[in-house]
Design a protein around this ligand. Structure first.
Ligand code: SF4
Length: 298
């Protein structure tokens, strides 16, 4: 007898039934009526007959033998991640303040900024962690709001952290940014303090992007971001990694493959593209949500 993993989320649309496994990222979609009926019966506990759906559920870890303890496995993965790979990742949100007002954003734009005591507390936490754990690398992941509004604080933090811990521990950074303020000068300043991974969002061509990702004033942002991308594209370093995130709804989908070709023609292989359907992440009144998916090769 199998039980459904607690990490599995099931949902239905008129066209298909689907399961998403938050533990391993796998997705199972059943489109034919036969498969949908099989899936529904299995999820209700009727697992008597052999079926190809049951095979897929087992191979994707959507269901497991009842004796299996999924939380034990989660503990092991967590321990392994924290203690065996020797990397500590700390996500830092200095503020929810942002110069954008994206249609699908879930932030509250609270203008409060993290206090210096708290910033020092993060550095102390990292120092203590290194003293008590096997740790060879620290990654500070800057998130917001919009981190580039706080360049001075970020650069100061990275410098202070570097001088606060042993040279044998590598310090690097990652930044999720809208890139509107990411000029070449600022980009170089971030790279100099070890921020070598970036996620920048461009939601297709100017017409769709500017409908979704506007400044607080309502003005468009696409051309400024593309200008900044052109400037930073010329900077290369073996560790530098820039991911272009494309959030898509049905409008963006219309020309999405043309947009991928455009990025390739403008920037070659400089940027990695990751496309993702716009999902509901908090606000009720989000009319940009997309229920369709496209196949991409990242
Ligand atoms: S860039 Fe857009 S999605 Fe990100 S915090 Fe600002 S408004 Fe929200």
């Amino acid at each position: 007898m199998y039980s459904v993993s607690p990490f599995v989320y099931a949902f239905e649309t008129p066209e298909y039934s689907a399961l998403f496994n938050f533990f391993n990222g796998r997705i199972l979609m059943c489109v034919s009526n036969d498969e949908r009926e099989d899936l529904s019966a299995i999820l209700k506990g009727n697992q008597g007959s052999e079926s190809s759906v049951l095979e897929k559920l087992v191979s994707g870890d959507f269901v497991r033998k009842a004796s299996y303890d999924p939380y034990k496995m989660l503990e092991l993965v967590y321990d392994d991640y924290n203690h065996c790979n020797g990397t500590l990742t700390v996500i830092v949100i200095l503020s929810e303040a942002c110069n954008f007002r994206c249609k699908y954003c879930y932030e509250g734009y609270d203008g409060k900024v993290m206090e210096s005591d708290t910033i020092d507390g993060i550095i102390n936490f990292v120092k203590n962690y290194i003293s008590n754990n096997y740790c060879k690398k620290i990654v500070i992941s800057w998130f917001g709001g919009e981190p580039t509004l706080f360049k001075t604080e970020i650069v100061a933090f990275m410098k202070k952290l570097r001088t606060s811990i042993a040279d044998s521990v590598e310090v690097s950074g990652f930044m999720t940014t809208n890139a509107y303020l990411l000029t070449i000068e600022d980009f170089k300043a971030y790279c100099e303090v070890g921020i070598n991974g970036y996620q920048i969002t461009v939601d297709g061509f100017e017409d769709t992007h500017d409908k979704l990702r506007q400044l607080a004033s309502g003005d468009g942002t696409w051309s400024k971001i593309i200008e900044n991308l052109h400037a930073i594209a010329d900077i290369s370093s073996p560790n530098l990694y820039v991911l272009l995130r494309v959030n898509y709804n049905e409008d963006v989908m219309v020309r999405i493959f043309e947009f991928f070709d455009y990025i390739k023609s403008e920037f070659g292989d400089r940027f990695v593209i990751h496309a993702h359907p716009i999902s509901k992440l908090g606000k009720d009144e989000n009319d940009s949500v997309c229920n369709k998916e496209i196949e991409t090769n990242e």
